[in-house]
Design a protein around this ligand. Structure first.
Ligand SMILES: [Ca+2]
Length: 227
């Protein structure tokens, strides 16, 4: 009885200074959260709506879990697994996700693409070096990834007009997004002029014999920020 009574008092208090229509608007605004192009927590059964898998991809992974009770795993063995999320063409895209993988011979794990063309691509080398590619050019972060350590990753792509395309990566074992310093790298004079229309997760390299793991995958057309 107490809870409904409190609700009635709260609505009555709110109504005191608002017209009936404004009360409804105020209540709706209170419950509204941020909206994203996609915000996948990998907790449902099977492949979520909007994603297209190739080869061995498991959205119900429970052996290694990065958040909640399930994660996404992609098999790095031949045939190489991958998954793609397509979205309406955008000149600027932000991606935030959780990632874990053993270090191996070079792999590309995340790519913001136009069709099958890489625009902003994250490549991790066998020594843990993190490179952000903007088309064919790249920049590397000073800090290296540690083998099989769960890492939060942020990507940002902005198409250019000939010599000013931008791509950046920030990564951290903590929840705060790095936007400068040793856990950040960017390239800002790329020649790409293409809109992005999909996000690729997987490994187009030849290395195999391991799985890569992802979780909490967010894509947006404005800044996402820290976890
Ligand atoms: Ca999860």
């Amino acid at each position: 009885m107490l809870r409904p009574l409190i609700s009635i008092i709260a609505i009555a208090a709110l109504s005191w200074s608002l017209l009936p229509g404004q009360v409804i608007t105020a209540l709706r605004k209170k419950t509204a959260g941020p909206s994203y192009i996609t915000n996948e927590d990998c907790e449902g059964t099977g492949t979520p709506t909007g994603w297209s898998d190739s080869n061995t991809v498991n959205w119900d992974e429970t052996g290694v879990v990065l958040a909640g009770s399930q994660s996404l795993s992609i098999d790095g063995q031949n045939p190489i697994g991958s998954t793609v999320y397509a979205f309406s063409a955008l000149g600027e895209v932000w991606v935030r996700l959780k990632y874990r993988c053993p270090l191996a011979s070079w792999v590309t794990v995340i790519s913001i693409r136009s069709s099958t063309t890489d625009l902003a691509k994250l490549r991790i080398l066998s020594d843990g070096t993190v490179r952000i590619y903007c088309g064919a050019n790249y920049s590397a972060a000073a800090t290296k990834l540690v083998d099989s350590e769960s890492t939060n990753i942020w990507l940002h792509y902005v198409k250019g007009t000939g010599a000013n395309a931008f791509a950046s990566v920030g990564f951290s074992t903590g929840d705060t997004e790095p936007t400068s310093g040793d856990n950040y790298a960017s390239y800002s004079s790329g020649s790409i002029t293409d809109d992005a229309d999909n996000l690729y997760l997987g490994n187009p390299g030849t290395a195999g014999g391991y799985k890569m793991y992802f979780d909490s995958i967010t894509i947006n057309n404005s800044a996402i920020g820290s976890f």
